[in-house]
Design a protein around this ligand. Structure first.
Ligand code: SAM
Ligand code: DTB
Ligand code: SF4
Length: 327
């Protein structure tokens, strides 16, 4: 008997990866009863990962403040009152020292962030040296430096870079409400250069910026339609910083945040989904729900780039209480 392929033939619970998700399908996942959604996400998670292992990355701001971009959420933009004082790019030795400390504290990846529109000249050379030296310490390396061209991506690859973080931040539809100094297209172009150079892609976004559920679905759709999927998907909850245009945004329903993690897990089954910024304002119970929904990576250490993160001792205790192991 001949059969026409049905939706469920094409997308069984545990099938291989899909890059052709449609917005209505993503919205339907979001609309599922919470328990069904979490069960499905956890089932997918278990097929691809050890459910009790969480990857641990440490962040360091190697170049803080003075950024010419106008991202509405960011305290490092010169356009906002909040703008944190501009500093110069750190010395290589100081960065290596911080990386060593992070490794001793249990991190496996060291992520270096710079408040630049894009890297240039001698500063870029120095970042290449940081990547080489941090890698030699036995850590995976990640940098986030703004927009890159093809040549810079190849140079970073040659220096031994493992991951490049560049977020889409939100849906293409909502994007213009948040940033005016660079386009969605610019971001997709940088991601393509990174991918072409053979560097793993770390790409996600921020929720809680006043976007609608449809925007969150649309952001996840953008991520899930990239082939291959980003290896690492940071889901940030907006950190509402005084003096930024989004300081007074109302808090997102925590369950909506958990849903976002769960939908990301289902759409990108083999990617690491990172419970990123915003943990400082979350209860232990909420974080546990995020792990149940398929989050399997965190930022570890007292500061993110410029804002606080839970202290390391608290995180160690949380891992112990939940029987999670840091990898
Ligand atoms: N300047 C580079 C860029 O934007 O590409 C790299 C550093 S930038 C701070 C890295 C990411 O941090 C942003 O894309 C955004 O997703 C996230 N981020 C910045 N401020 C945030 C905030 N207040 N809350 C949550 N996430 C934030
Ligand atoms: C990402 O997605 N989140 C991190 C990392 N990539 C670079 C940054 C979060 C920054 C939160 C605000 C701050 O500390 O300045
Ligand atoms: Fe600059 Fe990055 Fe902050 Fe945007 S998010 S203002 S590009 S540091």
């Amino acid at each position: 008997m001949t059969q026409t392929a049905t939706e469920s033939d094409r997308a069984p619970l545990s099938a291989g990866l899909r890059f052709d998700w449609r917005l209505d399908e993503v919205e339907a996942l979001y609309d599922m009863p919470f328990n069904d959604l979490l069960f499905r996400a956890q089932s997918v998670h278990r097929e691809h990962f050890d459910p009790n292992a969480v990857q641990v990355s440490t962040l360091l701001s190697i170049k803080t403040g003075g950024c010419p971009e106008d991202c509405g959420y960011c305290p490092q933009s010169v356009h906002h009152e909040a703008s944190v004082p501009a500093e110069k790019l750190m010395d290589v030795d100081a960065v290596v020292e911080a990386a060593r400390n992070a490794r001793q504290a249990g991190a496996s990846r060291f992520c270096m962030g710079a408040a630049w529109r894009n890297p240039r000249g001698r500063n870029f050379e120095r970042v290449l040296e940081m990547v080489e030296r941090v890698r030699a310490e036995g850590l995976e390396t990640c940098v986030t430096l703004g927009m890159l061209d093809a040549g810079q991506s190849q140079q970073l690859k040659a220096a031994g870079l493992d991951y490049y973080n560049h977020n889409l931040d939100t849906s293409p539809e909502f994007y213009g409400e948040i940033i005016s100094t660079r386009t969605y297209e610019d971001r997709l172009e940088t991601l393509q250069h990174v991918r072409n150079a053979g560097i793993n892609v770390c790409c996600g976004g921020i929720v809680g910026m006043g976007e609608a559920r449809g925007d969150r679905a649309s952001l996840l759709l953008q991520l899930a339609c990239q082939a291959p999927h980003p290896e690492s998907v940071p889901v940030n909850l907006l950190v509402r910083v005084e003096g930024t245009p989004l300081a007074d945004e109302s808090a997102l329903d925590p369950f909506e945040f958990v849903r976002t993690i769960a939908v990301a897990r289902i759409l990108m089954p083999q990617s690491h989904v990172r419970l990123s910024a915003g943990r400082e304002s979350m209860s232990d119970e909420l974080q546990a729900l995020c792990f149940l929904a398929g989050a399997n990576s965190i930022f570890y250490g007292e500061t993110l780039l410029t804002t606080p993160n839970p202290d390391a001792a608290h995180d160690r205790q949380l891992f112990e209480r939940l029987g999670l192991k840091a990898v």
